[in-house]
Design a protein around this ligand. Structure first.
Ligand code: NAD
Length: 320
């Protein structure tokens, strides 16, 4: 049985991946600087609290491991990544350089790196009706924020280790992954969770705050689809970066309307134009991933948001 390391196992995608891999019968070690907020660390066979910015800790994390899913990162939603730049770049570069080197030295068979749609250039994302971004669009490079620059740099770190030392790598560029058991308050949450929380806390007819004019567009991928796509990529022989996301484009205003409908509430929108909103439009081109992995998202935005909304409502202790 293969031994798998999931880093960032105290976070959203990481702890879901621990559960996913356990169901498939793998032996799984989780590593993070914190325990999962909404589940038990005992879902993994072993859970180690280790700071991967430290190289010795990275070596301890990969000891005896066959394959690594590397989700560890200092990150958050648009509010967080536009406010915290130096820490994001320093912490994440350290984590990724340490993990590449540790995997090489320990003879790990394969490492997966969770990159991001934030690597794509700003100049291709100026219109809400954006052309879906394909993998080759990443260059010439012009990411919108430091988080995206770090992801692009770290992709190249893994690619360099692959070319020079034959480290076996897999790279996904995630496009807005959402779902239950993801952070929804305190500042690191992303748009779907923040909007579900605001609608859940609002009374029928209330106004909620929206960042920007709400006409910015994105696509959103439900966690279960992300896990399946990630696993297929890991088990494939595809060594280049690959989009994992949805190609259904929605405005933030449309997303609020979908959540309000799920909640059965009439919700008014107050647009805060001075708040960060990121690029104007971003969508995923799934041509390559469909071809390579025979994968595409199965869960509609309405269904995914319904599950996410119900879970956040329960967390907030709201009954009706
Ligand atoms: P998350 O913040 O929930 O999980 C990241 C985890 O990494 C956290 O639990 C955090 O404590 C841990 N971590 C941070 N610094 C660490 C350190 N020094 N050592 C060990 N662990 C550390 O984020 P997530 O949404 O689960 O994202 C997982 C990965 O996917 C990240 O690399 C993220 O950049 C990437 N990604 C996520 C999305 C998304 O929409 N969720 C989109 C693009 C890329």
């Amino acid at each position: 049985m293969e031994k798998i390391l999931v880093t960032g196992a105290g976070g959203f995608i990481g702890h879901h991946m621990v559960r996913f891999l356990k169901k498939k019968g793998y032996w799984v070690r989780g590593v993070d600087i914190k325990y999962p907020e909404f589940s038990s660390p005992d879902e993994a066979d072993e859970f180690l609290l280790l700071d991967l910015r430290n190289f010795r800790n990275a070596m301890e994390a990969v000891h005896g491991i066959d394959k690594v899913y590397n989700f560890a990162a200092n990150m958050g939603g648009i509010g967080f990544i536009t406010a915290v730049k130096a820490d994001v770049m320093r912490d994440n570069v350290l984590i990724n350089v340490n993990m590449a080197e540790a995997c090489l030295r320990a003879g790990v068979k394969r490492i997966f790196f969770s990159s991001s749609a934030c690597v794509y250039p700003t100049f291709k994302q100026t219109d809400p009706q954006v052309t879906p971004l394909k993998e080759s669009d990443a260059y010439p490079a012009d990411p919108d924020n430091e988080y995206g620059w770090e992801k692009l740099y770290s992709e190249r770190v893994y690619q360099a280790y692959h070319e020079d030392y034959e480290l076996d790598i897999r790279i996904a560029r995630y496009h807005n992954i959402y779902g239950p058991e993801g952070t929804f308050e305190k500042g690191r949450e992303k748009a779907p969770a923040a909007l579900c929380r605001k609608v859940a806390l609002a009374k029928d007819g209330d106004e909620i705050e929206i960042w920007g004019d709400g006409e910015q567009t994105r696509s959103f991928c439900y966690i279960d689809d992300c896990l399946e796509g990630t696993y297929r990529l890991m088990e494939s022989d595809f060594e280049k970066p690959l989009n994992i996301g949805s190609d259904r484009l929605v405005t933030i205003n449309e997303m609020v309307d979908i959540i309000a409908k799920i909640a059965g509430k009439s919700i008014k929108k107050k647009h805060l134009l001075d708040k960060p909103q990121g690029v104007r439009g971003r969508n995923a081109d799934l041509t390559l991933v469909k071809e390579v992995l025979k994968w595409e998202p199965q869960i509609s935005l309405e269904e995914g948001l319904k599950r996410n909304y119900q879970w956040i409502k329960e967390q907030l202790g709201i009954r009706n």
